[in-house]
Design a protein around this ligand. Structure first.
Ligand SMILES: Nc1ncnc2c1ncn2[C@@H]1O[C@H](COP(=O)(O)OP(=O)(O)O)[C@@H](O)[C@H]1O
Ligand SMILES: [Mg+2]
Length: 374
């Protein structure tokens, strides 16, 4: 059987569908190639509408599920063509889909997480088995169903001697703590969402400059952090909640930011951007500072790795750790998450668990995802 798997991922940023093909020979991971599929404006708007109870509908949900299934299949086929891979060369495609609502376990609400992009369509168009619906087995076992990337980070990025943190800065940021394997003290791998990553930055720059994101963080770099505003933003309950925890657009969005800014109308937009950069950096650094172990090395992945202003803010906030992107570990930051879903597909096919209960809060390890045959 083939050892090649494809991972398909679209995150909270809704910036693109990331496709990565990876091969797992004798336990060794190798990225074979990658492809980025742009998401048409109308589709992005439909997804954003689905993310809000005020603008969603069952009809829109079902139609977008279908259309995204086609687009995810297009991404997989483009990658296969680029790498000259036939359907027989692929063991399975792992498709995360697109999250349209995430409601983690809480006392006052029903827990669920909804990802769309019909895997039946992806299987039919590509001719490959597809693994999808990764989050709900973990949620059925009481977990958050998120984050799921820490198990992959643990496999790929753990070190014998150094305590490492892998920080994935997508729309939401999540952290994985990887204690040194040879340490005499047996610390567990933990991980959770730390709060907003790029999402508020993207939203704010879109309103003021009509750009999808602040390229390289240049606009934010010209602003001044407003410490009073920063202090207020940091009062959000999520930051002080104990792990396991996960979040999404439901909690951190433009409406929330607008509310926060009501008493800060005098703050210039560019200074708000600088403050949001600091919020992302500090909410990550605060978590690393609060750990029992000292983290020697911090590696960043996700699109936030390309925001130099954010990377500089993180370096300043983490003076005791070395800071680099996962490129230094041999995997480009933009492909880590898609690779994680290739790995999770492999776990499913091999009948192995994909969640880490210490991360998601589930009461047991679970085999994640359903298999959809072509
Ligand atoms: N060159 C860049 N400069 C600044 N920010 C960038 C750059 N490239 C990507 N990003 C940021 O990364 C985001 C996408 O990151 P990604 O890891 O794909 O997030 P998600 O998993 O939420 O889709 C973009 O929306 C943007 O905020
Ligand atoms: Mg993305």
């Amino acid at each position: 059987m083939s050892n090649t798997y494809i991972g398909l991922m679209s995150g909270t940023s809704i910036d693109s569908i990331d496709a990565a093909a990876a091969c797992f020979e004798r336990g060794q991971f190798k990225l074979l190639g990658s492809y980025s599929q742009s998401i048409p404006k109308a589709m992005k708007q439909a997804i954003l509408n689905l993310c809000q109870p005020e603008t969603d509908s069952v009809q829109l949900y079902a139609e977008t599920d279908h259309q995204l299934g086609e687009l995810f299949a297009t991404a997989a086929l483009a990658l296969m063509a680029e790498l000259n891979l036939n359907k027989e060369d692929i063991a399975a495609i792992g498709s995360h889909g697109q999250t349209v609502r995430h409601s983690p376990p809480a006392d006052d609400s029903i827990a669920f997480s909804q990802q769309i992009a019909d895997p039946n369509i992806i299987a039919a168009r590509t001719g490959c088995p597809v693994v999808a619906d990764f989050r709900r087995a973990d949620m059925a076992a009481g977990g958050h169903g998120a984050p799921l990337v820490p198990a992959f980070h643990q496999q790929l990025f753990s070190d014998s001697n150094f305590n490492r943190a892998i920080v994935n800065i997508g729309g939401i940021a999540n952290i994985t703590i990887l204690p040194a394997l040879d340490s005499k003290v047996n610390h567990q791998c933990i991980g959770y969402d730390t709060g907003p990553g790029n999402m508020l930055l993207d939203s704010w720059v879109h309103i003021h400059l009509n750009n999808p994101y602040d390229s390289n963080g240049d606009w934010g770099a010209g602003g001044t952090v407003d410490n009073q505003l920063l202090a207020q933003l940091k009062c959000h309950d999520f930051f002080s909640q104990p792990a396991p925890k996960s979040t999404g657009r439901e909690m951190f969005n433009q409406n929330w930011l607008d509310q926060q800014l009501l008493n800060f109308k005098q703050v210039e937009p560019q200074d708000v951007q600088a403050t949001l950069v600091q919020l992302t950096a500090q909410s990550i650094a605060d978590q690393i500072d609060a750990l029992e172990i000292r983290v020697d090395q911090v590696y960043i992945c996700g699109g936030g790795a390309f925001n130099a202003t954010l990377m500089n803010a993180l370096a300043r906030a983490l003076p005791l750790s070395t800071l680099a992107t996962t490129s230094a570990l041999g995997l480009e930051p933009c492909w880590v998450e898609a690779c994680a879903f290739a790995w999770l597909a492999r776990q499913r096919v091999k009948g192995k668990p994909g969640n880490l209960p210490a991360v998601t809060g589930a009461y047991k390890e679970s085999i994640l995802g359903g298999i959809y045959l072509p």
